[in-house]
Write a protein that binds this ligand. Structure first.
Ligand code: ADP
Ligand code: MG
Length: 328
């Protein structure tokens, strides 16, 4: 009897089919690939989840929780997503001696990477903003953001895409989806393998000379239950008097980073962690990054940088190498 029930339930189970959905969020694209036996269109639910996410974490939405916190609205309270991002931000700031720091908000705006137009920057302006920067100057207490100065503004943009990936992953898990790849603007999480046991493959882009050059592949990474995030200096920047200003700010100096590192890809179990460290390594650059990795051997990182002779070079950890296709 038991045998018969098992057999019939087996016969009724449908084969998982490949489903792809995609759209726009956080000023970029999202693309989700998954295998499931139910082909109900999940796009409307994902879109509304991502809109809800923006209403918490987007500094581009004036009524988001983060914007209201920045504007010192006394009635605003952190929700679960706000708090998770805050805690991860503080953890990575602590572990990277402040290379990652969400209090860069006023600097990001002044350097022209926020909503308002860039001002003509000089050391005097940087000096006047530096007292507002420092992760020790903010804390979350019972859902309230406590600041040592009301002019402090926090910025989740280095970590929000990564966490949005994790939030979408939680949603797909809740739908019983076993095998998926989520990509939000290049921040990626791969869950399990494809039905045949093959790992998911994700490309690391080759840095380009100008922001609009066509995309080429630098390396292919094979992933299973792993997230990867890449931060780069070659797409979001502006040039003034021949100097390239990247949108990553060194919180210790108050200036956009200006070293030879072109991109950094970081592996982690969840995408929020990968995203935060990718930004932190972009601040450190390849030389300081290598030193840091000696002391933190659990992190797996792939740097692309310009060598002294002007050629493009790579440095990656042993653990990262294991994930590279055709590179054993
Ligand atoms: P990308 O992956 O596009 O290179 P990042 O994940 O590195 O981007 O995030 C860059 C954004 O994060 C900037 O536009 C700015 O809003 C914010 N940011 C810049 N510098 C820092 C920093 N040192 N720590 C935390 N956030 C930063
Ligand atoms: Mg980041």
């Amino acid at each position: 009897m038991l045998c018969m029930i098992l057999l019939s339930s087996c016969r009724h189970r449908k084969e998982p089919v490949l489903i792809k959905i995609g759209g726009e969020t956080q000023g970029t694209y999202y693309a989700i690939t998954y295998y499931h036996d139910d082909s109900t269109n999940l796009q409307p639910s994902v879109d509304s989840l991502l809109r809800r996410f923006d209403s918490t974490a987007s500094t581009y939405k004036p009524n988001s929780i983060i914007s209201r916190m920045n504007n010192n609205d006394p009635t605003v309270k952190a929700d679960e997503m706000f708090s998770v991002i805050f805690q991860k931000a503080m953890e990575v700031s602590e572990k990277t001696a402040g290379a990652f720091d969400i209090t860069v908000g006023p600097l990001v705006s002044a350097w022209g990477f926020g909503l308002v137009n860039r001002v003509k920057m000089n050391q005097h302006i940087v000096d006047s903003l530096m007292p507002l920067v420092g992760y020790h100057k903010v804390m979350l207490d019972n859902g309230k953001l406590i600041k040592t100065d009301p002019r402090i503004r926090i910025d989740y943009n280095a970590i929000a895409q990564g966490y949005a990936v994790d939030v979408v992953a939680g949603f797909l898990d809740s739908k019983g989806i076993q095998s998926y790849l989520i990509d939000i603007g290049g921040e990626v999480l791969a869950r399990r393998t494809k039905p045949g046991g093959e790992k998911w493959s994700v490309a690391i882009e080759m840095p380009t000379k100008t922001a609009d050059d066509p995309r080429k592949i630098q390396a292919v990474v094979m992933l299973q239950d792993m997230a990867i995030s890449t931060s780069g200096s070659y797409r979001k920047f502006y040039e003034e008097n021949g100097v390239r200003y990247s949108h990553t700010i060194d919180p210790s100096k108050g200036y956009p980073v200006k070293h030879t590192t072109l991109s950094v890809s970081v592996l982690a179990k969840d995408c929020i962690t990968a995203d935060a460290y990718a930004t932190a390594f972009m601040v450190m650059g390849v030389d300081k990054g290598k030193e840091y990795l000696k002391k933190h051997p659990k992190l797996d990182v792939y740097f692309i940088y310009t060598a002294p002779d002007g050629s493009m070079n790579t440095y990656y950890t042993k653990g990262f190498r294991k994930h590279l296709r055709n590179d054993k």
